[in-house]
Design a protein around this ligand. Sequence first.
Ligand code: ATP
Ligand code: MG
Length: 635
Amino acid sequence: MINKIHSLGGYIHEYQKSIANPEAFWTQQAECFFWRKRWDKVFDWNFDEPNIQWFVNGKLNITENIFERNLYTHGNQEAIIWEPNDPNDETRTLTYSELYQEVNKFANTLKRLGVGKGDRVAIYMPMVPELAIAVLACARIGAIHSVVFAGFSANALQERINDATAKVLLTADGGFRGDKITPLKKIADEALESCPTIETVVVLKRTNSEVDMVVGRDIWWHKAIDGQSDTCPAEEMDSEDPLFILYTSGSTGKPKGIVHTTGGYMVYTAYSFSNVFQYHVDDVYFCTADIGWITGHSYIVYGPLLAGAKTLMFEGVPTWPNAGRFWDIVAKHKVNQFYTAPTAIRALLAKGNDFLEEKKLQSLKVLGTVGEPINEEAWHWYHDHVGLNRCPIVDTWWQTETGGIMISPLAGITPTKPSFATLPLPGIQPIIMNGDGKELTGNSVEGNLCIKFPWPGIARTIWNDHQRFKDTYFSTYNKMYFTGDGVKRDEDGYYRILGRVDDVINVSGHRLGTAEIENAINEHPLVNESAVVGYPHAIKGQGIYAFVVCGELSTGGEEGIRKSIMQGVTKIIGPIARPDLVQLVPGLPKTRSGKIMRRILRKVAEGDATNLGDITTLLDEDVVDKIIDGALVDV
Ligand code: ATP
Ligand code: MG
């Protein structure tokens, strides 16, 4: 069992304990797990090199903590409930015992293919149970998995395989997404034209698409596992042995190969999962992320399975066959905890309330959000119409680099406030810094969000580039982890994420967070989504340029909407935040994880679209062309 907090008083008590004596606090959490050899020291760290170690010299295998540790009590309970893309196809469930056998079988398969401890395995697969099986099979034998989201292009895949020098690639013939099929094997073949380290490709049959199999390199999944034993002893791992590499979403530039290790990541994901979502035995938990992102790693696979939870995996998209798909799944499986992203919430909000039927949503107890700041309109819609005014929303702030949730309400325990991530989890010590390297103490302050003490889930390095790790996170401020995000601590000590520090706009000496202005714009009844950036302005230093997506145009036409948006912002925040330019656009440039890529918009607003930087993680290049065509400055 993982230690759980049950009340606000309990939270405050645990938090204080975790700060006063982190060794004792984390010892207590780690003791909930099965270690082959206990650690010698709880942590050892410096943020200069940086060098961070948790549960030093502890020996374990994370899958032993999912399976062997849970099998006696949970063997026949569902581990994974899988919902296919097509609602007419059958759900698949795997109990803990069944998943254990499948993982062992595939672990033995990998061994037979010559994969051993420390080898990298690239995974480019659709959201099917075999993806989770593959991830866990790697962990079973100590191979380092590097999951690449199956929406990425051949180039992006190639770059990631080569950076990690992976030995084996796991993929599928294709992947279903709504009414489309992504030809994964074809894309992989293109990527592999220049991936010298790949020796074997294992191909899962999913869409029955026609594929070319390269003799001597490619093997079908079902043939590869045929005859493999379903027992496989777990490899003994050191706490600090890498568990996986995962590339960041690339919102701000070239993706970084973030490395997470075994012991600390295990303790942190399980602890944060159980406490933030307040998971109870027999609950059904549904996170809509893809396993290709950190949210899927920590909160579809590792966190829930370590906690012995029932985790629901969905193959498809929220809007196919219609915008009621999520709610149908909630109804069908009686989902209790539902975790998604603001981008999905805004997209569904724009479709109206016809798809929401109260009777389908009765099982919900907790709603969660992650990935971007959630604007108030979306928060209220989520709260009132999805949560039927009774489910707490956990707005979880964290990053690929943090491994797990850092600042968030504990469901039903921490009083919430729309668009606030509220308070840090036990063990997390946020600190707000200004541009001059000074700490901003007390409440009602805003600045740059840093963390001043390590926690078990923190990334240890960037694969092959420790210098970049140091430069990006540990060089801006002395002896601190710098998150890159701007934050405000309000009069109650609650944290609100203001967006990326690079995106903060400085208008006549006033610092304005993009999230705050977008929040005000989105209040406009015709606006679905917006993104604001700064651009050079002769008088004010920076002007505010807003890119706005509207559902429909009202009678006043474009000009009327522009004006009323500007007036709305003036009313909500003040004249200082009033956008100088409002461009109506058909869509926003987004990463494949659904985040707005403001750096591209900044280029457009600056009148320079010649060098847009790394756009391999961009979802739709057409949108960018259309935005450039309609730009209100000379591009
Ligand atoms: P890259 O680092 O490659 O630019 P990325 O930062 O988008 O990509 P992730 O690690 O997936 O990659 O995202 C973490 C970021 O997402 C945070 O730094 C923050 O800006 C944003 N974020 C995540 N959750 C929240 C939240 N609840 N509220 C506000 N912002 C959030
Ligand atoms: Mg980032």
